[in-house]
Design a protein around this ligand. Structure first.
Ligand code: C5P
Length: 231
């Protein structure tokens, strides 16, 4: 079965942890806004039919990106649409995005705008692993660090087992109807998979990549610049 997939990109965050007034998706990485790198990687995946970016209703920066984006934007413009329906949380932005589109039985691939180092080849593998799955799934990485539980006073109460523990990444991909129903019922979900789990399903774990980092802190931005200059 060959699937047509809609990519939904939550990009309505303010990125306050980076300490910059510009939302992190618009910070410069090697001459282009961070989100342009994310969109370029997804646009290379031809099984993605359309890329829909969820912006904040107050977004002040997308227009400038389009106006000044030059050939990088020209190449993307045919594949990318925006909707200004972002909400208070990431979950709200994704759900508002789903409520603003209507795709019925389609696969929806949610990918954070803030993960610009995603590789197109990894997205292709991810789709291969999931397109015939009955639930859907997510990229994730087995934990490599030792995990400590604190006692509330910066003292270790206990070392936890890291066996079978994974760190969730994006993309995460589920069918439109199931995902919308699940997110509607899970107001506090921090990712799509959590909402799907709460409906009694078991999302599939697909091996991710440590380079697929989410830009959150200044060091992540430096790392993303290095990784993207190499590729
Ligand atoms: O804040 P965090 O790094 O977890 O955000 C992950 C992704 O979700 C980012 O691409 C961000 O723009 C998006 N987001 C959103 N709406 C929010 C908060 C975050 O679209 N209210």
């Amino acid at each position: 079965m060959s699937s047509k997939i809609i990519a939904l990109i939550p990009a309505a965050g303010t990125g306050t942890r980076l300490g910059d007034s510009l939302p992190k998706q618009y910070l410069d990485i090697n001459g282009a806004p961070l989100i342009v790198h994310t969109l370029q990687a997804l646009a290379r995946v031809l099984r993605i039919e359309k890329i829909i970016v969820v912006l904040s209703p107050e977004d002040q920066h997308w227009r400038g990106l389009v106006a000044n984006g030059g050939s990088a934007w020209q190449a993307l413009s045919a594949r990318v649409e925006t909707i200004n329906v972002g909400g208070k949380s990431r979950r709200d932005s994704v759900l508002n995005g789903l409520n603003a589109i209507e795709f019925k039985d389609q696969w929806i691939m949610v990918h954070d705008a803030a993960r610009p180092c995603i590789r197109s080849e990894l997205v292709e593998q991810f789709i291969d692993e999931l397109e015939n799955d009955s639930v859907g799934g997510l990229l994730a990485l087995p934990l490599s660090d030792t995990i400590k539980l604190d006692d509330g006073n910066l003292r270790v109460a206990k070392t936890l087992s890291r066996e079978n523990i994974w760190r969730a990444q994006t993309p995460q991909m589920f069918k439109f109807d199931l995902l919308r129903k699940a997110l509607t019922a899970s107001p506090n979900a921090t990712d799509e998979a959590e909402a799907i789990e709460a409906c009694g399903h078991q999302p599939k774990l697909v091996m991710g990549d440590s380079a697929n980092l989410k830009v959150t802190y200044a060091t992540d931005l430096k790392l993303a610049k290095m990784l993207l200059s190499e590729s």
